[in-house]
Design a protein around this ligand. Sequence first.
Ligand code: SAH
Ligand code: F3S
Length: 480
Amino acid sequence: MEKIIDESQQGKTLVLEQKSENTRKLFIESYGCAMNFSDSEIVAAILFKEGYNTTQTLEEADLVLVNTCSIRDKAEQTVRKRLEKYNAVKRINPKMKVGVLGCMAERLKSKLLEEEKIVDLVVGPDAYKDLPNLLSEVEDGREAINVLLSKDETYGDISPVRLNTNGVSAYVSITRGCDNMCTFCVVPFTRGRERSRDPQSILEEVNDLWNKGYKEITLLGQNVDSYLWYGGGLKKDFEKASEIQKATAVNFAKLLELCAKAQPKMRIRFSTSNPQDLTLDVIETMAKYNNICDHIHLPVQSGSNRILKAMNRLHTREEYFELIDNIRRILPNCAISQDMIAGFPTETEADHQDTLSLMEYVKYNFGYMFTYSERPGTLAERKMEDDVPEAVKKRRLDDIVQLQRQHSEIRTKAYLNTTVEVLIERESKKSDAEWSGRTSQNIVAVFPKEHYNIGDLVNVKVTDCTSATLIGEAIGYAVN
Ligand code: SAH
Ligand code: F3S
């Protein structure tokens, strides 16, 4: 199972407003995490100014860009298959140029140009502003590459163009990179050092989205709770900041509050939280503002203290329970979700049982679960043998998935006969007579359309459910 924000989004092409003066056609598709989808919007905005309109038809594209993910080997294999497909199309349209963006570009660098003859352009996550220059190289018949990582690039000055969304919910990126160095994870290598975006530009984007009709935003970062703005600069250099910079610094709790206050009717979500950085003031801020949604995505990866240590997750199982208890105490209606890895090097049956018992304690609403995939260059790859046999990893993953399914069902059933607030996002996939939206807790709810519209916030009486979806009927607009 690949971690995804929405299964149907994977490989989705981005289609933007057309400008008649633009003569060239860009086909851009994205894989992996929400940050990649958000980055593709930035890339499209940059290229829009360079004369490119977007297209959904691969065969007519002048430029094909694929925004890639390296998190697990399977994610990279998916992209390699797409490159084969582009190659076939290039035979019909030899002028078509192909570029690889994102984490695979950063991880493989010029090797990609050597290994994949089809690729003309390789651009890492911090180099998108260089695309116009790189494209002119490509037009002159040369291969072009920029995989420099930056200490300060946040693309805060580029307003992403988003038109193929539902017009209701949007991503707003607040940090880039990650300094955590979990030993299994390739992200610190592909996305560089952690840096935070100027709160002013975040607020401007939030206000702009509200004015354009958006009703929900998700603040995005690899580790949002670690957000820290003190006038620019890396998180790790905060110690060296001046007294005034320290006194006026904005942390994540403060940023959340600023966003919640700036647009009191905008629903606010965030992802992802790392347990070691999620502080009480964030939970208290969530409790204080009605428009901050009651959901925390809180990956734990393992329930075993020994494995958590080997993963360089800087908390114990007991500290995690304490955090869960605090969330339950301050936010009794908050949904909690997880990411879990089965079969990290040296994981024993006893460690695996610890994972299952941790899950029993928390009873997560939902989760994203994976078998361990060794990633070149990570500390785990360099220092540890990938010694859990594939069949054992799969069996443990099955146990975890089964247990999560039971817990999801318990959690979902608890909403039966209650009334929940749902923001309508789209037509239900199953029936064109029904709307689909999400509750504050990020649980999908479907109900008959009646006179309601996309973007409405409605009260829904829950009459039935599946393990992951609430089924009900709208009983009026919500006051919020
Ligand atoms: N902080 C990030 C985490 C990115 S990776 C975020 O915003 O979600 C997403 C998830 O992929 C991780 O939480 C972890 O569960 C999983 N993952 C990362 N590296 C992995 C690996 N080498 N093998 C298997 N799963 C991995
Ligand atoms: Fe990866 Fe850990 Fe950062 S999972 S993205 S190194 S918080």
